[in-house]
Each structure stands twice: as C-alpha cells, then as structure tokens.
Ligand binder design. Structure first.
Ligand code: PGA
Length: 219
C-alpha cells in the first residue's frame, strides 16, 4: 500500500527566517514520526524553496518539497512566472488549481489544464485540487485533492460520507489517481478523517504552520 501523504500548504505565510526555524524544529522532532507508513511534503512560498531544499539535503530530512503553483506557460517572456522546469529544480510535487487561486487569481480550467501538462512534462507530480465531484481532473494528474471551499480555513470540515461520495465519483472516472482531502484538517479531527475509505493523504493549510500541530496529525 502507498504511504499516506501529509502535504503542508503554507500558502502566503512565513519569511525565510521563519521557514528556517520551522525546519530546524522539525529536524529535532522528526525522529518521533513513523515514516514507514507516511510521507511528509511541504509546500512553502517560492522565496523559501531553494533554502528549504538545501536544509533538507544538509540535515538529511525525510521531507519532499512542493510548489504551491506553477506557470501555465513554458519558458519564455512571461514576466513574474515560474515555469515547471524551474520548479522541478527545487521541488518534486506541485499543487495546481487550488480554490484560492481560482477565486482570487481567476484561474480558469484552461489555465489549470496547461499547468498540469507543463508540470507533467517537467517530471513534477501533480496534486490537482477539485472543489466538488464535477470539477474536471486533467490528464497527467496523479493525485487529486478534494477541497470543498466551505471547509477551507473555516473549521467546517466536510463529513466522511460526503468525502467518500466525491472520492467514489472521482475514482470511477479516474481509476489511477490517488485521493486526498483538504479543508480544516486539524489535530482534533484527523483521527476520524483517517477512517475515510480510499484516503491517500491530506492537504493541510493552517495546521501545517506549526511543527507540533503538523506532526501531531501524523502520529
Ligand atoms: P486549511 O487549508 O487546512 O487551512 O483549511 C487547506 C488548503 O487550503 O489547502
């Protein structure tokens, strides 16, 4: 069986110094985690990715890095964009189609489809976020994170029954994807969420910003 993935999505949080403190604290506490059954992935801001990849190598941390976004274009004249080949230098995973980007940055289905294709071509593993069972899952996506917007950052975690229903539809149409859940995952509800059938991991926002709360989700 695949290991359970715990993906910490820091969103637009933490300076480089705060990121470094997090990694040092993590290094001191990681021995308490059973990594035979679970994997740690962290998606920090772009500004910290390079430093994070050095810290991981230096301290031999069992942590894999993830981009929170990627350009929908290949390399070229696209001011401000970080393309998939550049991201692959510092990360193995990428989050595509997060509802905050759909909402605040007006990301379209075409943008998301292009991001998945670019990422796949560069060798990144795509975690594509969907908001409900009707959102399209694009070819090249290996992991689907179901994240109902009403559950993100609100404390209103979705019910296991709803999550299982969405998973069933996604799995029927995309038999090979791994399924994750995200939205108010916290130390108080993780035990129940782990009971969801077919659950392959969690995308964690707020609770991933603090080492103790993040690690308490894993144990
Ligand atoms: P949350 O965010 O855990 O703070 O609800 C999850 C996400 O948006 O990935």
């Amino acid at each position: 069986m695949d290991k359970m993935l715990f993906v910490g999505n820091w969103k637009s949080h933490k300076s480089k110094q705060e990121g470094e403190l997090f990694f040092h604290e993590l290094a001191g506490k990681i021995a308490s985690i059973n990594l035979a059954v679970q994997d740690i992935v962290i998606a920090p801001p772009f500004t910290f990715l390079d430093q994070a990849s050095r810290l991981i190598a230096e301290r031999k941390l069992p942590v894999t890095l993830c981009g929170q976004n990627v350009s929908s274009f290949p390399e070229g004249a696209y001011t401000g964009e970080i393309n998939a080949r550049q991201l692959k230098e510092v990360a193995e995973f990428v989050i595509v189609g997060h509802s905050e980007r759909r909402r605040y940055l007006h990301e379209s289905e075409t943008d998301i489809e292009n991001k998945v294709r670019e990422s796949k071509e560069a060798g990144l593993t795509v975690i594509q976020c969907i908001q409900n069972e009707y959102d399209r899952v694009f070819s090249g996506t290996e992991i689907v994170a179901y994240e109902p917007p009403s559950a993100i950052g609100t404390g209103n975690v979705d019910t296991n029954e709803n999550i299982e229903e969405v998973f069933a539809v996604v799995k029927k149409n995309n038999p090979h994807v791994r399924l994750m859940y995200g939205g108010s995952v916290a130390p108080t509800n993780i035990k129940a969420l782990k009971e969801i059938s077919n659950i392959g991991g969690f995308l964690i926002g707020g609770a991933s910003l603090d080492v103790d709360s993040f690690l308490s989700l894993l144990n």
